[in-house]
Design a protein around this ligand. Structure first.
Ligand SMILES: [Zn+2]
Length: 94
């Protein structure tokens, strides 16, 4: 393969990763008593490498919080990129 092709392929891979949405977590304004962030209107839960987002604190979110609290982020809904809605949050789609 030519260097130019390699370069193009690498650029495409980087773009794909970006499309998943570079996460810009917001500082949650409210938390539960044990510290879990709560969503405001227009916000969803996401994880740095997850391909889904969560519009509600479903049981998956609870498990994420238990397993890795720092991996559970709150982002603005328009920042979801190509993440898809969690099937537990919205069975059958949104
Ligand atoms: Zn969910």
């Amino acid at each position: 393969m030519h260097a130019a092709q390699l370069k193009a392929r690498r650029r495409a891979a980087a773009a794909a990763a970006r499309d998943l949405g570079r996460l810009r977590p917001v500082l949650p304004s409210r938390r539960t008593p044990d510290g879990m962030p709560l969503l405001e209107v227009g916000q969803v839960y996401a994880t740095p490498f997850g391909e889904v987002f969560h519009p509600v604190p479903c049981e998956v979110v609870g498990q994420l919080w238990d397993a890795e609290p720092f991996g559970l982020l709150v982002i603005e809904r328009e920042q979801i990129g190509r993440r898809t809605c969690c099937p537990v949050c919205a069975p059958g789609g949104e």
